[in-house]
Design a protein. Structure first.
Length: 227
């Protein structure tokens, strides 16, 4: 194992993307109001991951590949996403995204330099297999497999996330960055960033890898560290 190897694990919805892929695709499909209510129920635990997709996929039945691409391009991404992915790649490190959102949307991040993407392997016009729907616990399993494959130790992994789906991973890893995080995630994170530029959160990740003692900075688009 080479000492410089590192793994950067990103959530997508709420971390790289303001909002969620499901909402952006549903906006394109003309079903935004319905899906907003569904996401609220999902967040409250009133419907499960599989049930959510059982309700959601029929609403996307008329979306084309061109619709998906246009939605991706027009979505409210944080600034600097591609620059962060490319910097990680150029350093010989690894960047992956693990999202509960659809794989077909996550895969478009590969065009920005992402190393690998993992999402729910669902499709609007295909039967739903419950095994293809990811859960928060699956994030740990994917990270463990990826780290083992590349020979990366746990202290060379940084996770970036914002919400409940990131909690299991944040409990497992010592180096974590909350990005515009919920209270639950902020309480677990080693440091947290609030703002609209992923490069700010990534700088924190680099400092965690380098063992730099953080200095507190508070403010919009400025890093804030949790002691």
């Amino acid at each position: 194992m080479e000492a410089h190897h590192a793994l950067h694990v990103f959530d997508m919805d709420g971390t790289l993307l303001t909002g969620s892929a499901s909402l952006e695709l549903s906006r394109r499909a003309g079903s935004l109001d319905v899906v907003e209510e569904m996401e609220e129920r999902w967040a409250r635990g009133e419907i499960g991951h599989v049930e959510f997709y059982e309700m959601l996929l029929p609403l996307w039945a008329d979306l084309t590949e061109a619709d998906v691409r246009a939605t991706f391009d027009e979505s409210p991404w944080l600034d600097g996403v591609g620059e962060v992915f490319r910097d990680i790649r150029d350093r010989g490190e690894h960047a992956i995204v693990i999202s509960l959102s659809p794989q077909f949307f996550v895969d478009l991040l590969l065009d920005l330099g992402l190393g690998a993407g993992h999402g729910a392997r669902v499709h609007p016009r295909s039967p739903l297999d419950p095994a293809d729907v990811l859960t928060p616990q699956a994030k740990i399993e994917i990270v463990d497999r990826t780290a083992q494959r590349h020979g990366i130790a746990g202290d060379r992994i940084v996770a970036y996330g914002d919400s409940a789906s990131d909690v299991p991973l944040f409990r497992r890893l010592p180096k974590t960055v909350a990005v515009n995080g919920s209270p639950a995630v902020r309480g677990l994170a080693r440091c947290h960033y609030d703002g609209g530029d992923l490069r700010g959160a990534y700088r924190m990740g680099r400092e965690l890898l380098d063992g730099v003692a953080p200095v507190a900075e508070v403010g919009l688009d400025r890093p804030e560290y949790r002691r």
